[in-house]
Design a binder for this molecule. Structure first.
Ligand code: SER
Length: 328
């Protein structure tokens, strides 16, 4: 069946015309997910969208439609045109960027979700994937091994939009039988795209600086522990939950998901084992308080039990893979 993939972002790190367009948010996972779904379902069955034209390339081999995910009509037209039955809605503004433009972030993150939920409610599509985030947790949540169900009082716009989104996903499932599936992504680390406005993105940028032989200026303090996930594991988790039997899913808001937890200092030391002259300096900025409001580690036992989630990458394996791929 045709699949539909909405990023509202840039499926490739290649500079594009209309850079600086207000809705342009560089995507971190969308391009890689598109490529992997294409391999599974056939590239012609995965439709990528963005709010503007995108170049084709290694990540992007299938059909493409310019579609604004904040417009129900535009989404509806694209869905009808390609007989789309599943939407992966990756359009979002991440935490650090959202703090700079709170209302715009809220609008993008919420209206795109409502549009897609309503497409399903109105019978135009069958299934939705929508990512939530560790940002749903706040200062009053447990700091370590935060459980699936706990106090959630996020203090960032991004976290507030994700928590509200989770409640709406469950609501549409309960009241309109919408099959929407969701994961609370930790920081996602991949070599395929550059950092995109997230607080966890220091852990992507550090690798780019390391292979370029530059000193890395870290916007977080050395001992700031955050939950992270290697891109390959993130893709695997997304495809797994979408393939799971409906009856296996006990959580219809969003699943805790975990793999790694480390600090900038620990990551730096791991990279330094491979690049001995690599240097880091610490210059914490406004993103430190965002990171401080989030947990250091996540208990994802419900995801493991329900649909067999199991990450494959630890810190060492991830570091090796990042450096190898960025070098080549
Ligand atoms: N990676 C996200 C961010 O830092 C958190 O989910 O905004």
């Amino acid at each position: 069946p045709p699949l539909f993939f909405s990023t509202q972002t840039r499926p490739s790190p290649i500079p594009l015309r209309l850079v600086g367009s207000e809705m342009c948010i560089r995507d971190r996972i969308g391009s890689v997910l598109t490529a992997n779904l294409g391999k599974i379902y056939g590239h012609s069955n995965v439709i990528a969208t963005d709010i503007r034209e995108c170049p084709s390339g290694d990540f992007f081999k299938g059909p493409f439609e310019i579609t604004d995910a904040t417009s129900y009509d535009q989404l509806y037209k694209t869905v009808q045109k390609h007989s789309i039955d599943t939407v992966y809605l990756m359009a979002a503004m991440l935490s650090a960027k959202a703090e700079k433009q709170p209302e715009r972030a809220w609008h993008l993150n919420m209206s795109s979700l409502f549009n897609v939920l309503n497409l399903a409610k109105n019978g135009h599509i069958k299934r939705i994937f929508w990512p939530s985030s560790i940002a749903v947790f706040g200062p009053s949540s447990p700091k370590q091994l935060v459980p699936q169900t706990t106090v959630m009082e996020p203090t960032t716009v991004y976290g507030m939009s994700k928590l509200a989104g989770e409640r709406w996903c469950e609501y549409y499932q309960l009241h309109h039988a919408v099959d929407v599936r969701s994961l609370r992504y930790p920081g996602i680390i991949g070599w395929e795209s550059k950092p995109g406005g997230g607080t966890t993105d220091y852990a992507v940028d550090i690798f780019h600086k390391a292979v370029q032989g530059k000193t890395f200026s870290c916007f977080l303090k050395p001992k700031t522990q955050l939950p992270m996930l290697y891109m390959d594991d993130a893709i695997c988790a997304t495809i797994s939950i979408m393939g799971a039997d409906k009856n296996q899913l006990s959580v219809r808001s969003s699943y805790n998901l975990a793999a790694l937890s480390f600090t900038p200092e620990e990551l730096y030391k791991e990279i330094q084992k491979k690049i001995t002259n690599f240097k880091i300096e610490y210059k914490p900025d406004f993103r430190q308080s965002i990171a401080d409001s989030w947990p250091g580690s996540i208990d994802d036992s419900v995801a493991r039990q329900d649909w067999g989630w199991q990450p494959a990458f630890d810190l060492k394996k991830m570091t090796q893979s990042m450096l190898e791929n960025l070098r080549s």
